[in-house]
Design a protein around this ligand. Sequence first.
Ligand SMILES: C[S@@+](CC[C@H](N)C(=O)[O-])C[C@H]1O[C@@H](n2cnc3c(N)ncnc32)[C@H](O)[C@@H]1O
Length: 195
Amino acid sequence: MIDLSKIEQFARKNYIPVMLDDTKQLLFDTVARCQPTRILEIGTAIGYSGIVMLTAAPNATLNTIEMLEESAQMARENFAEAGLTDRVNLFVGDARQIVTYLTGSYDFIFMDGPKGQYEVFLPYLTKLLTVGGTLVCDNVLYKGLVENVPTNKRHKHITVARNMHAFLDDIMHSDSYVTTLHRIGDGVTISTKIK
Ligand SMILES: C[S@@+](CC[C@H](N)C(=O)[O-])C[C@H]1O[C@@H](n2cnc3c(N)ncnc32)[C@H](O)[C@@H]1O
């Protein structure tokens, strides 16, 4: 894999969230195994995971969505430095709106956007994903709070924890997917769309 340490150091220094090391390896291995040709990502940040996926699948293109222009600009620079600009379409805006008008289909989707809203995205992502395609979702155990949802109503993460709990329950029991939960990093699901 290409050397991502410069982006990692920058992200750490500037408190920019990028995926944890073991999650990165799992994502790389999964993309390398699936060899998708069209990838959709929700939550570009500064392009770290996008570079990981495009490196693992040399024939893939990436459509990726980021809400913050400042992060998107850094992502553009990082994609350019990695020689990947021609393979990336970066949409800047709220993914909740953008997914409603995306057309075409994807054979791999990486969900790493707003943590409290995976449930809202799921029907749109399911529509965009081909049968046999793979949906990877990060942070599904959300700081350990999803399996131990706080009872204190004033806990600052209670809404995200509840919403993520509902999402995890849905995806694990969905008729459309076969899903494996990986207890690494902040929790990752890998789902194959079966119908
Ligand atoms: C955890 S970070 C993504 C990290 C990135 N995937 C990586 O590992 O390199 C989540 C990103 O989602 C973006 N985000 C949050 N809500 C969003 C929304 N509604 N639409 C688009 N992007 C959003 C945040 O600005 C942030 O950059």
